[in-house]
Unconditional design. Structure first.
Length: 384
């Protein structure tokens, strides 16, 4: 265990060092640093006015580190430490004999690097804590799952997609796994909504950013010359679309989750809740007009955890990571239909595989094997 932990911490340290080299050029400068700098110079009112949509992270983690008065680079690194530590903890907890690849895909995740390089430490913490929360529920640790999921939702609102997979992974759904994150989010985000002049940005609307790696791309409309001059591309979202995708993503998660729970019944494998979370994370990316590479971090982490819980080498997670890097880093394009087709070429087959796995009824032989395996398994051997 100590060797695995040291290896994971070493990978996380390298990830942090590489991902924090270009803070000045990422979203951190434009979205978060202005709020932190305003807190230092003008106080709370300026901070609340300038805070981004992930207001809970900027308040609970970002603001205390900003008040230390360090440079922008070191303030960013301090804010990224919780996320990379949870990544290291998740990598250490994975239950498999093939740990080297798993540790690399989690603690040194190339997709987590994309998040840090873009200036979003909150996405790393949210994805890692959400996946660890579902994994804890799979291993029947309801209280730990509730704590981790609360941290995830307070880091980024998109982590709500992990709540139902975690609750349904337990022998019977535990209310605290759902109640603790929801109540904490209502309290914190609600308070910030009241404190911010004009109300806090909730992130419910998708906005005008429109990238080709999503299903809405053919519906884009020509952008204004001013919008294109700012580097946002020649295509933007139609006005009618902006308020739809984010509520739709959450709305689809409800029937998908309950359909898996009801269809599989008592024969369901608890670890398949991680595959369900992966499907919901992939659904979020496909339907989000603002989709970017690091949005796929929950998908990759959930796939690694699911494959290792099933005692498999995480080859699907490895292939998904490679596809993300190829799509968003090596051949990144933002014009024409080719980027969308390249993205759908691997996301739709992956979605189809997950749907087939989750909603196909188990055979009688599989059911017998599951029941025998359940008798032999013992949750006391888990490390999370």
């Amino acid at each position: 265990m100590r060797i695995r932990l040291l290896a994971a911490l070493g990978c996380a340290a390298i990830l942090l060092a590489l991902g924090s080299r270009h803070v000045f050029w990422g979203d951190y400068l434009n979205e978060a640093w202005s709020a932190y700098f305003g807190l230092r110079t003008d106080g709370w009112s300026t901070f609340t006015r300038l805070m981004p949509a992930y207001s809970s992270f900027t308040t609970l983690i970002g603001a205390p580190t900003a008040l230390l008065g360090l440079s922008m680079e070191w303030t960013f690194r301090l804010q990224a430490i919780p996320g990379v530590l949870v990544l290291a903890g998740l990598a250490t907890a994975l239950h498999t004999d093939e740990r080297k690849l798993s540790i690399l895909l989690v603690a040194a995740s190339p997709v987590a690097y994309l998040a840090l390089d873009a200036g979003h430490p909150e996405d790393v913490l949210a994805a890692a804590a959400a996946t660890a929360g579902v994994l804890a529920a799979v291993r029947e640790r309801a209280t730990l799952a509730a704590i981790l999921l609360t941290v995830a939702v307070l880091s980024k609102q998109t982590a709500v997609l992990a709540l139902l997979p975690a609750a349904l992974a337990l022998p019977r759904p535990k209310l605290r796994v759902l109640a603790a994150p929801v109540l904490a989010a209502l309290a914190v985000y609600g308070a910030l909504q009241l404190l911010r002049p004009g109300g806090a940005h909730t992130g419910l609307a998708a906005g005008s950013y429109f990238h080709p790696w999503q299903v809405w791309w053919p519906l884009g409309v020509p952008a204004s010359a001013e919008w294109a001059a700012q580097g946002h591309g020649d295509i933007t979202s139609p006005a009618w679309l902006a308020p739809l995708p984010h509520p739709l993503i959450v709305a689809l998660a409800l029937p998908l989750s309950f359909a898996w729970w009801k269809r599989q019944g008592e024969t369901r494998r608890r670890e398949d809740a991680l595959a369900l979370f992966a499907l919901l994370a992939l659904e979020r990316c496909l339907l989000d007009p603002w989709n970017l590479g690091y949005y796929h971090l929950p998908l990759v982490l959930a796939l690694v955890a699911w494959e290792t819980e099933r005692r498999r080498v995480p080859v699907i997670a490895l292939a998904t990571t490679a596809a993300i890097w190829l799509t968003f880093k090596t051949f990144e394009l933002r014009t024409g239909i080719a980027p969308m087709l390249m993205y759908l070429a691997w996301t739709l087959p992956l979605a189809a595989m997950l749907v087939r796995l989750l909603f196909a009824l188990a055979s009688a032989t599989e059911c017998a094997g599951l029941n025998n395996g359940a008798r032999r398994s013992s949750p006391s051997t888990s490390t999370i």
